[in-house]
Design a protein around this ligand. Structure first.
Ligand code: CU
Length: 423
């Protein structure tokens, strides 16, 4: 069939449309600015409350200069309330959640073990962690510690702003190799990396342009799919394809062999999981307290969780509830925390916890206590979403304190009934 004026016009319009789409995509990609969001808020309330409980989290410094080291330390409790929707952390990885490579991670330790790779953590246990960082790119960066769980994704802990001063060009990252020499991995082999990227971009660009000039990929695909391969593929095109294939393979084989002979002693990237990570003793659920959750409500308009517990003190000292910690948020009882607490403000409700009876629970006493956790941060951190979950449940860790300074963290969780009317 001879091409009519209409079909040739349609082809021109199709080409123009493809060009506009490609240009549009390129422009939007160029327009992406640096992300400055708290990604943790976008995760469901039940996920953040019921998977991990981060506490005693400290950032050793918040003002550093380029090349300065700082660390994030704390404790990580793997909640018994772990939801069925997420796979348990049998394979997980402790990392930082930060806007790009603004710091180098020099090392990470969980339970005292150096864990640069994945590890197995157990539900119900509590682990100490430490992440050692080195300031790289100047700026004002929100930095979290986070645990990436296989199939579950990253679960961030509390975040803190780190201010990095100085010049990016001063940054170095010296690493001692097994052969005794030291290299700066910030710049090691960088010119080769640029050269190879540029080389393959040119080759790839030429390949795409060549076929665009031959009716494009989709047009040709349609011809081949409708059984007209012999009509559309010319002998010259077959020759170009074959030569390109051989040339690409040759380049890869020859330069790979040259690189290997230039670096005879290499070890592969290390893989495999760490097991038997040591958990902390005398942390969550180890104190002389027994606790039974009775029932609770969550008032959506009042941003208030009220949880009723039957609490028995089996210890020798009276105890008081001083804090409720969930999803990185800390709700404090101002009667117990009388001095200022160092913690990121957006996560600290320093008057957020109150009790139906604030007097200490005496040794041997069993008491019904209503714990009210009220603060606007339920909303700003989007934990009020628990009211809309298929199983409206809360979870977290309650901290009990004795006069001698002992602290007993206890995991609590349970279903709550949401109230939507102002009361
Ligand atoms: Cu953040």
């Amino acid at each position: 069939m001879k091409p009519t004026m209409f079909s040739s016009l349609a082809r021109q319009a199709g080409r123009l449309w493809a060009l506009v789409l490609a240009a549009g995509l390129a422009v939007t990609m160029a327009g992406i600015g640096p992300a400055d969001a708290h990604g943790e808020k976008s995760q469901a309330a039940f996920l953040r409350m019921r998977t991990l409980n981060w506490y005693d989290v400290k950032w050793s410094k918040t003002n550093v200069t380029v090349n300065e080291e700082y660390e994030i330390t704390g404790k990580l409790h793997i909640m018994n309330a772990w939801p069925a929707a997420i796979e348990i952390p049998a394979q997980c990885f402790l990392n930082t959640g930060q806007p790009g490579a603004m710091a180098a991670r020099l090392g990470v330790w969980v339970g005292g073990t150096f864990t640069p790779r994945s590890m197995k953590l157990e539900v119900g246990k509590t682990y100490a962690f430490r992440v050692l960082l080195k300031a790289r790119r100047p700026g004002h960066w929100h930095t979290h510690v986070q645990l990436s769980v296989k199939t579950g994704g990253p679960i961030p802990g509390p975040g803190q702003y780190i201010d990095i001063k100085g010049n990016f060009s001063d940054y170095t990252d010296d690493v001692k190799l097994l052969n005794g020499t030291t290299v700066d991995i910030e710049t090691y082999g960088i010119s080769k990396i640029y050269m190879w990227h540029l080389f393959w971009i040119i080759v790839g660009g030429w390949w795409i342009l060549y076929w665009f000039g031959k009716r494009g990929f989709i047009g040709r695909f349609a011809w081949v799919a409708s059984g007209k391969a012999e009509e559309v593929i010319t002998p010259q095109e077959r020759m170009v394809g074959a030569i390109t294939l051989v040339a690409v393979l040759l380049v890869v084989i020859v330069f790979y062999a040259m690189t290997v002979s230039g670096n005879p002693n290499t070890i592969p990237l290390q893989a495999g999981d760490f097991h038997n990570i040591q958990a902390l003793e005398n942390e969550v659920d180890s104190g002389p307290i027994t606790l039974k959750y009775l029932n609770g409500t969550y008032k959506v308009p009042g941003r208030e969780l009220v949880a009723n517990f039957k609490i028995t003190n089996n210890g020798k000292e009276p105890v008081r509830i001083g804090e409720f910690n969930t999803a990185g948020l800390r709700f404090l009882n101002p009667d117990v925390f009388t001095s200022k607490v160092e913690y990121p403000d957006y996560l600290l409700a320093d008057r957020g916890l109150s009790l139906s009876d604030n007097s200490p629970i005496a040794p041997g006493e069993t008491r019904d206590v209503a714990v009210s956790v009220q603060d606007a941060r339920w909303d700003t951190e989007r934990l009020s979403g628990l009211a809309y979950d298929v199983d409206s449940s809360f979870a977290g860790v309650l901290f009990f304190f004795s006069p001698s300074g002992a602290r007993y963290p206890m995991e609590v969780s349970g279903a709550v009934i949401p109230t939507f009317m102002p009361v």
